[in-house]
Write a protein that binds this ligand. Structure first.
Ligand SMILES: NC(=O)c1ccc[n+]([C@@H]2O[C@H](COP(=O)([O-])OP(=O)(O)OC[C@H]3O[C@@H](n4cnc5c(N)ncnc54)[C@H](OP(=O)(O)O)[C@@H]3O)[C@@H](O)[C@H]2O)c1
Length: 228
């Protein structure tokens, strides 16, 4: 690959995808609300990972910009912001910077306001993937990779049996093909095309199951495997 990517989000997912995509010879810019503020953080994040500046020093090839700069930079844009604020983050990224582009959405609509485990802020008859597609009709939204831990997203071979499953949901067949190529470059083999963006209702509703599995297994490196 040799693509310009804009990754919106400085959390574990944004950093993990950015490092992997840069390692595959792509030109990557990560987007954050306020780059100077993000670089000035010196406390570990909520998961105990080192602050962004430490990660940035280890990955000098990845540039940091505002959400709008990162979205403008990308030929493809990734939404890796907290699901509860994704629509707002994408507003800051700017509709003009998303129009006509593949927007890979890896967010989950998790509501942590009433404690753990979180609930879904949208479900059954709608999804965050659809909300994003409706609000940004010119973006080519592909929902994928959000049903597993960040480290597995970019390296499925970490599990002993690597033939576990990733889903793609989108109204745009060509965008799905582009994202499928990117998934293959990460090592994914079992990629199930579920259909249009409304199928993201199903994949987002896998999260309550994922969260209980995490509780039961006490480790994040596991995934769904669709045997047929
Ligand atoms: N962690 C995982 O393994 C995993 C797995 C699958 C899916 N996901 C999904 O992937 C997404 C990212 O997860 P994460 O764990 O990497 O990080 P996260 O803590 O869920 O999100 C961090 C990002 O959200 C942005 N943000 C927070 N509040 C905001 C606001 N009010 N307005 C705009 N942006 C705001 C932050 O911006 P700043 O950079 O400006 O601080 C930061 O870039 C989430 O939707 C999550 O559900 C996570």
């Amino acid at each position: 690959m040799d693509m310009r990517l804009g990754i919106l989000g400085t959390g574990m997912v944004g950093k993990t995808l950015a490092a992997r995509l840069a390692g595959l010879e792509n030109e990557v810019m990560v987007g954050t609300r306020d780059p100077a503020e993000t670089l000035s953080r010196n406390e570990p994040d909520t998961y105990g990972n080192p602050p962004f500046s430490v990660w940035q020093e280890e990955h000098p090839e990845v540039r940091l910009g505002t959400l709008a700069e990162a979205a403008g930079h990308g030929e493809m844009v990734v939404n890796a912001t907290a699901g509860a604020v994704s629509l707002g983050a994408l507003e800051l990224a700017g509709e003009e910077n998303l129009s006509g582009k593949v927007l890979m959405d890896v967010s989950n609509p998790l509501d942590f306001s009433k404690g753990m485990p979180p609930t879904l802020s949208v479900s059954n008859t709608d999804s965050l993937g659809e909300q994003i597609q409706r609000r940004f009709p010119q973006a080519r939204v592909v929902k994928t990779l959000h049903t597993m831990n960040a480290y597995l997203m970019v390296d499925p071979a970490q599990l002993a049996s690597a033939d576990h499953t990733v889903f793609v949901c989108s109204d745009d067949a060509e965008a799905k093909a582009i994202v499928t190529d990117l998934l293959r470059s990460f090592g994914w083999a079992d990629i199930i095309d579920l259909g249009d963006i409304t199928t993201a209702r199903g994949t987002e509703m896998m999260l309550p199951v994922w969260l209980r599995l995490f509780g039961a297994l006490q480790k994040p490196l596991f995934n769904f495997k669709i045997v047929r």
